[in-house]
Design a protein around this ligand. Structure first.
Ligand code: SF4
Length: 240
């Protein structure tokens, strides 16, 4: 597998949990706000040394809640990822996967094999945030909605991360997504930020849509009024 590296102990990749986090390369989307676009494009990546990774994980296992894989889009390398998850399971470490939920076939295979214990995903609303032309965007949005159903069917706990942009009409798509979630979940709101804090893929897009203002609190209040547990994040930068 192509990786950009791993971190043995992280407190910022899954809300309220300690993780051992691995970054995998490649992605099928082109989100303009993506601050991990180099990993998504496969730049500065190298072959994963699985033995070294498992050795490091075994040493840290006593203090981590999850082996968390993010990217990029980890399901781009799903076959090898499945084999790695099987080895991680032998160490008795729960597995968390950060995915954009658009690669449904691979997702179903890994979930059906019982290899994933927790899912994190971005609810990119509106789906123009995928950064792709209209037709593929429509298809990918339907796949994402199906992905939420697949996760729910397997009863996998879900961290639903919402990248909050300025001046985008997000609510109709957020509502449509929430109707598909029938598993234990909470929401993390990630205000999109630009330079100098991050290095987004499309700086001119970010000048227009990063640094949301009223949108953040308005969304928080709307979600809470539906009885949803919501966390505001100043640390996790959206990437999955
Ligand atoms: S934000 Fe996530 S899904 Fe979007 S391009 Fe970056 S890695 Fe891919």
């Amino acid at each position: 597998m192509l990786t950009a590296g791993w971190k043995s102990v992280s407190m910022v990749d899954v809300h309220g949990s300690v993780t051992f986090t691995l970054w995998l390369c490649g992605c099928n989307l082109k989100c303009p706000f993506c601050h991990n676009w180099r990993i998504a494009e496969g730049l500065n990546c190298f072959r994963l040394d699985g033995d070294q990774l498992l050795e490091d994980l075994e040493a840290s296992a006593f203090m981590v809640d999850y082996f968390h894989v993010t990217g990029g889009e980890p399901l781009m390398q799903w076959r090898e990822l499945g084999s790695l998850f099987a080895e991680v399971k032998l160490l008795d470490v729960p597995v968390s996967l950060n995915t954009n939920l658009t690669l449904i076939g691979p997702l179903e295979k890994l979930l059906a094999a019982g290899l994933v214990d927790h899912i994190a995903t971005d609810l990119k609303a509106p789906p123009e945030l995928y950064g792709l032309p209209e037709k593929p965007t429509e298809k990918l949005w339907k796949l994402f909605l199906r992905g939420l159903e697949v996760v729910s069917d397997h009863g996998i706990p879900l961290e639903l991360r919402i990248p909050v942009a300025k001046e985008m009409n997000a609510w109709p798509h957020i509502e449509e997504s929430l109707r598909r979630v029938e598993t234990d979940f909470h929401v993390v709101l990630n205000p999109l930020v630009g330079g100098p804090l991050t290095n987004p893929r499309d700086e001119s897009w970010c000048l227009e849509h990063c640094w949301p203002e009223g949108e953040l609190l308005e969304l928080k209040e709307r979600l809470e009024s539906l009885g949803i547990e919501v966390h505001l994040n100043g640390t996790i930068l959206t990437m999955g």
